[in-house]
Design a protein around this ligand. Structure first.
Ligand code: GNR
Ligand code: NI
Length: 174
């Protein structure tokens, strides 16, 4: 396993649509292992492959509370089949938008179909933080970030600060 670098907004790759996988082989499983390691070391509760620069529909999630009890969920080609009419609001963060958080309203529950690590078709009903996280990650696969749900004013303010942060970082590196 190896830890990968996380891509920070603004970066055009984060706005691209990831492609569906045709088959699950060792290369894909290796990629999922790298994503898990990257997510745990960040630390974060979810990661989409696009965040490490790979435009494939792969997601890893672990919303377990206790640090010592890992409960990884690996999703290949995840798709929301249905969403509840009721919504809930969670404070969201994103490893590609470090330091920014916002309360986002989304459907409270969702049913998701996906392919598991072993290549088998699976389904889960998600609620609470897991539901929020799955929706956040599937958004990544479609080039959507949580700031897209904010007003243009708030979004542009965050983007402006991120551009400035990147420029400062380049000064140090160069
Ligand atoms: O670590 C993360 N925390 C988080 C909190 C609330 C809603 C979604 C998330 S996902 C985020 C990691 C990330 O950027 N995944 O794409
Ligand atoms: Ni994110």
């Amino acid at each position: 396993m190896s830890k990968k670098k996380i891509i920070i907004e603004p970066d055009p790759i984060l706005r691209q649509k990831s492609i569906y996988l045709e088959k699950v082989d060792d290369e894909i499983r290796c990629l999922l292992d790298d994503m898990l390691e990257t997510m745990y070391s960040a630390p974060g509760i979810g990661l989409a492959a696009v965040q490490i620069g790979i435009l494939k529909r792969l997601v890893v999630i672990d919303v377990s509370k206790e640090k010592d009890k890992k409960n990884p969920l690996l999703l290949i080609n995840p798709e929301i089949i249905s969403k509840s009419k009721s919504t809930s609001i969670h404070e969201e963060g994103c490893l590609s938008l470090p330091g920014y958080f916002a309360e986002i309203e989304r459907p409270a529950e969702c049913y998701v179909k996906y392919i598991g690590y072993n290549g088998k078709k699976k389904e889960i009903k998600a609620s609470g933080l897991l539901s929020t996280c799955i929706q956040h990650e599937i958004d990544h696969l479609d080039g959507v970030l949580f700031i897209d749900y904010l007003s243009k004013l708030k979004r542009d303010m965050i983007l402006k600060k991120l551009v400035k942060q990147k420029k400062e970082l380049n000064k140090i590196v160069l």
